[in-house]
Design a protein around this ligand. Structure first.
Ligand SMILES: Nc1ccn([C@@H]2O[C@H](COP(=O)(O)OP(=O)(O)OP(=O)(O)O)[C@@H](O)[C@H]2O)c(=O)n1
Ligand SMILES: O=C(CO)[C@H](O)[C@H](O)COP(=O)(O)O
Length: 402
């Protein structure tokens, strides 16, 4: 991705009470797949290397909750700031940490561009962040927009239709938005109490107080804001869907095994997102921990060892130690690679029975273990395994065995 030549930080307002969603827990702290909604938004920002500081603004009673979320999910570069009674007041508090010395927070380096993004919009990608930041650098302000779903109408005092807007001419203002820091900060400083208490649009403040016409950037459909209960269900389905599309390939250090990992990556990459190809299970501890905490639930463990159960046991132990919530089944595919010239598959019946027993055991913990035998040759071979499904692609031939 194109490097960003500006200091960029982000403010995530998360200080609301989620009245429209209802329930005792504000929506930003509701768990989706065991992880609070706000943590997804923080992670989306954190993954972007060119964002320096991430300010999360929460109501005073939720400061400790937010700090424990940061601790639990290992969030980095995050500062928690006390919110206000409205969204605009919360955002203003977030911006102040870059411009004014606060008693409870150290002064952070003022960015050239600041991103403002609701903490309840978890699916923001680097691509759209980059677009709004670049547009803000050029125009002073920018925000993501979407086509309107419904037509906007105005009702008269009698409760009857007064007029309706031509839908094609209007857009829904979404997030992320980005601003030259000085513009948005000056705008907030000039705001009236009425703006701070009733305003809903940051882009409008930049226009009203700094004469800055924001550039509007077409956003993706999943930038919508979790507002009602149904949105939580929708967000959870999107998360589940994306988890099922991610896979981590773990290989042994041997060249042929690593090569097979890359070949599998090649053949899988159009269908799934390959998170990482990690070499060696034991040596890459912290690398794997990151993958676990990034909530990858599918693993392909390739090796050519005769006793592969030990390898998969190691992975299960690491997974359990990582405390990743196993609410969603983890799928471990143990690939036994036969790179020898021997045509018959080299896994013994004893080892096979052991793997099957192991698979039955870990299934109780919501970990599903499957085994795959792959005959790895430069040319197609005849596979010998009666009654078992056989797939073949290029120099790989594989047989599902568990
Ligand atoms: N005093 C407030 C109010 C809102 N927000 C944040 O602004 C974002 C968008 O606001 P909205 O969806 O309206 O959240 P709530 O105010 O919590 O929802 P509701 O209007 O249904 O009460 C949310 O991340 C919310 O936590 C905030 O930081 N401080
Ligand atoms: O819609 C918006 C565009 O600026 C904001 O993202 C914000 O979510 C509006 O907040 P509220 O729902 O409280 O009016």
């Amino acid at each position: 991705m194109e490097p960003v030549s500006a200091a960029v930080s982000a403010v995530l307002p998360a200080g609301g009470s989620g009245e429209r969603l209802g329930g005792a827990t504000p929506k930003q702290f509701c768990g989706l797949q065991g992880r609070p909604l706000v943590s997804y938004a923080v992670r989306a920002m954190e993954r972007v290397s060119w964002i320096s500081d991430i300010i999360v603004v929460v109501s005073p009673e939720n400061i400790e909750t937010m700090k424990s979320i940061i601790e639990k999910y290992g969030h980095k570069r995050v500062t928690v700031v006390k919110g206000g009674i409205t969204r605009h007041r919360s955002i203003f508090n977030g911006l102040k940490v870059f411009a004014e010395n606060q008693s409870s927070n150290r002064l952070l380096q003022k960015p050239e561009v600041v991103i403002i993004h609701d903490a309840v919009r978890p699916f923001v990608e680097e691509d759209i962040l980059l677009k709004v930041v670049m547009a803000a650098k050029e125009h002073g302000a920018a925000g993501a927009i979407r086509p309107l779903v419904s037509t906007v109408i105005a009702s008269g005092e009698d409760g009857c239709l007064d007029h309706s807007l031509e839908r094609a001419r209007y857009r829904a203002s979404e997030m992320p938005q980005a601003f030259l820091f000085d513009i948005i900060y000056q705008a907030y400083q000039q705001c009236t109490d009425h703006d701070l208490d009733y305003g809903t649009e940051c882009l409008h403040l930049a226009l009203k107080y700094c004469k800055t016409n924001a550039k509007l950037v077409e956003g993706t459909a999943d930038l919508w804001k979790v507002t009602y209960k149904r949105d939580l269900y929708a967000a959870e389905s999107i998360i589940k869907d994306s988890l099922s599309q991610q896979i981590c390939i773990i290989t042994d250090v041997k060249e042929a095994v690593v090569q097979a990992g890359f070949l599998l990556h090649e053949s899988l990459k159009n269908q799934v997102k390959v998170e990482a190809i990690s070499i060696s299970l034991s040596k890459n501890d912290s690398h794997l921990q990151n993958i676990f905490s990034g909530e990858c639930y599918n693993f392909l463990c390739i090796n050519d060892k005769e006793y592969a159960t030990e390898e998969i046991q190691k992975l299960v132990d690491m997974l359990e130690k990582s405390n990743v919530p196993l609410l969603y089944p983890v799928v471990l595919i143990l690939v036994h690679l036969n790179i020898s010239e021997n045509i018959s598959f080299s896994i013994g019946l004893e080892e096979l029975t052991k793997i099957k027993k192991f698979a039955r055991e870990v299934k109780k913990k919501n970990i599903l273990v499957y085994g795959l035998l792959i005959q790895y040759k430069k040319f197609p071979l005849n596979c010998y395994a009666s009654g078992l499904p056989i797939l073949s692609r290029g120099g790989l031939e594989w047989v599902l065995f568990s």
